[in-house]
Design a protein around this ligand. Sequence first.
Ligand code: ME8
Length: 514
Amino acid sequence: MSKAFYVTTPIYYVNDVPHIGHAYTTIAADAIARYRRLKGDDVFFLTGTDEHGLKIERTAEANGEKPIELADRVVKRFQNLSQVLNITNDDFIRTTEKRHERSVVEIFKRIEHAGDIYLDEYEGWYDVRNEAFITDTQYEEIMELPQEKRPLIERVKEESYFFRLSRYQDRLLEHYRKFPGFVQPGYRLNEVVRFVEGGLKDLSVSRTTFNWGIPVPGNPRHVIYVWFDALTNYITAAGFPDDPERFAGIWPADIHLVGKDILRFHAVFWPAFLMSANIPLPKTVFAHGWWTVEGEKMSKSLGNVVDPYQMADEFGADVFRYFLLREIPFGQDGDFSKNAIVSRVNGDLANGLGNLVSRTLGMLERYRGGKIPAPGPPGGSENSIHDAALSLIGQVDEAMTETAFHKALGAIWEFIALVNRYVDEEAPWTLAKEKKEERLDTVLFTISRSIGVVSILIHPFMPSSSEEIWKRLGSTEPFSSLRLPDAGDPGLIKPGQAVVKGSSLFPRYEEKTR
Ligand code: ME8
C-alpha cells in the first residue's frame, strides 16, 4: 500500500458547540486535503470528538444526563458541520468508540512495558476547562488575573500513575534540532524548545476522583488522563493496533493542525508518548493563531461566539471558507468582524472573481452565441497572460507546501486582477463594435482559459464555486477527474464549449440584504 498523505484536526470537546475556532482548523485541513487530492495524492483526512474527562462528566451531571448522552447529542453538531462547510474528512473518530479504547489501552501498556509508567501521588493544581495540570508559577499568574478572567482551578491530591516525561527532554530537543520543520511556524518551534530546555517534570496520566474515561489496564480504579486518551486518536483512526498493515500505510501523520493553545500537548507530550511506545512521530505539528471577535476575546459570557452554521447560512460556506483562509497568514492571530467579511465579499469576490466570470460569460453569449471561440494568433499580452497562469500554478504549489493559504489566495487574486485589467485594456465591446472578429476571438478565448485555470486553483478553498464556474464554462469533463497539472494544459478549455452565464456567483452584500 502506498503511503497516504495524512492530515488531522484536533478532536473537539463535546461539551462545547462548534464555533469559529473549530470551523477554522477544519476548513484549513480540508483545503490541504483537497489540494493534495488535486495533486493526485492518496489522502487520509481525520477529524473527530474528544468525549471523556472531568469537565464533560460535570456538565452532564449538571444537565441531569449521562456523559454518553451528552456526547451523543453534541457530536451531531460537529458531524453535521462537515456537510454545511463542505468538509471532506475520510473518518470521524469519537474517543468513546471501542476501537479507540483498544488503542489507548495498547499504547498505555507499551509505555508501561518500556518502564515509563510508575504509581505515585499527585498533588497540585488542575485547570478543569483545559484539562491540564498546572505548575505553581502558572497558578500564581492566574491568581493575578481579575476574578472573572480566572479559569476554574482546583487543588488535586490523589494517587496517580505518572509518565516519565523527564526522561525524554534530551531526545525531544534532539528531534527538534534534527527536524526543524516538526513544529511550524518556526517562531512556535522556538517557544517549544525554550519550554523543554526549561526542564520537564514527569506527567500525571491517570485520575481516581471521577469515572468518565478509559480505565487503566490492570487497575480500573484509575481512568486515563483525558489528554493521553485524546492524543491517541490520531493512531487509532490510522488502524492502531487492530490493523497493522493499514497503520503502516498511513502513519506517521504528515501534518497535525492545532490551535496555538494546545501546541505543547502535541509537540512535547505526544511525541514523548510515541517515543516511549516506539511508534514513529508525526512529521509536522502546525499551530494556528486565535480569532478574536470585533476586537474582543470570544467567550460564551460575552455572547460573541461566532457560529459557523449561521455564517454558512448568511454568507455561504465558500465565502466563509475564503474569508478565514485569506484574511490572515495561517499561524497568526486574527480578528473576525462583519465589516471585514463584507469587504471581502464585495471586493475580492463580487468585484474581482464574480465580475470577471459574469462579464466574460455575458460577452460570450452576446458576441459568440454562447460558445467559446477558437482563438486567432496570440499577441504579446496573450502570451504574458499564459505565462502568468503557468507561474501562478507554481506559486500556489509553493504556498501550499508552506501551508500559507493567504499567499496562495493572494497569488490567485493577483492573477484575477491581471485578467480583469486585460479585459479592460482589450475592450472586447469595442472590438465587437469595430468588427475585429479574429482579435475578439483571441481575447474571449484567452479570458475563458484563464478562468478555467482559476476554477481549478480555487477548488481547495471554495469547492462549490470552483465546480460551478467549471460547469458554466461548459466543460464536459467531470471536475472530479481533474488533476492539478491539467490547470496548465493549453487544451483545458476547448473552443466550441457551450457556456452558461447563470446568476451572480457572489452577490454584493447590500444586494442580499435589501
Ligand atoms: O482543545 N480561534 O478541544 P477544543 C482559533 N479536545 N482557534 C480556536 C479558538 C479561537 N477563538 N477557540 C478554540 C481541544 N480554538 C481538545 C483537543 S486534540 C487531541 C484534543 C481551537 O474543542 C483550539 O485552539 O477546546 C483547538 O485547536 C480547537 O479549537 C479545539 O478546541
